[in-house]
Design a protein around this ligand. Sequence first.
Ligand SMILES: CC(=O)N[C@H](C=O)[C@@H](O)[C@H](O)[C@H](O)CO
Ligand SMILES: CC(=O)C(=O)O
Length: 303
Amino acid sequence: MASPKRLQGLTAATITPMTPDGEINLSVIGQYVDYLVKEQGVKNVFVNGTTGEGLALSTQERKQLAEEWVTKGKNKLDHVIIHVGALNLPEAKELAKHAAVIGASGIAAIAPFFFKPTNKDTLVAFLREVASEAPGIPFYYYHIPSLTGVKIRVEELLDGIKEKIPTFQGVKFSDTDLLDFAQCVKNNKEQFVLLYGVDEHLLSALAMGASGAVGSTYNYLGKKNNLMLEAFAKQDLVLAQQHQFCTGEFLSFVFKLGFGVAQTKAIMSFTSRIPMGPPRLPLLSASVDFIEKAKAKMDSLMV
Ligand SMILES: CC(=O)N[C@H](C=O)[C@@H](O)[C@H](O)[C@H](O)CO
Ligand SMILES: CC(=O)C(=O)O
């Protein structure tokens, strides 16, 4: 699904549906695509990332999910980006090659985070090997220092990267360092897409010039966030703020209850009515108490 269009707007970081006994559940992905497109107005997906529990899946499972998303997304989604990052280079390369073969629109990778790259050059060397397995499709770096512990500044990373990685297309920036983000925009807006990944701060990142956003909440708050993007594009800052405050009120509420991938799965299950199932260990399912409270809050806000 090589897409000529530059990635923009919202991208949902997909959840990996699982059966009650913890197997991946490919059977609901067709429905999931339709839900995102029709109910949330979201036409791009980022598969097997944090929200998708990508690092908790086997290579075989990651390939099956990638294939299912590409197949079911055909003629419906604009971009299917496959996250191929892994702790070891051979696996990341294998996944990159696989994504290209099945027709994904792009690949992304986090920094390896057990043995960590300690400087820009080693990180670029790692990413370059991964990207070169998929020379015909765009490559995105997935910056999420809170989870990887790799804090190399993206501004520094991007300097000269196109010469090293010819398919380099942009960054999914999941950090709150808006100075680093702004410098990335300032230096690279023409050639790269800069996608922001902390959903509750998206309006601030738009002000800094973000090209779009990738996140977990666009699965179930896509519609509301699309309204915010429209208001921002029309320079109606007051309306854009109202939308950000509304989604922020929901997130602030669930953060206080305890929020992560397991809770995202539960919220998406009651919002979409597509069963997402439990997360995989070491994550534990959201509690019934969480689900009841989160649902009541959502119902009160999304009227
Ligand atoms: C750590 C994490 O999972 N970050 C996600 C993407 O990067 C976000 O989409 C968050 O889930 C979201 O901003 C809520 O905090
Ligand atoms: C949020 C995001 O992009 C991820 O789950 O990977």
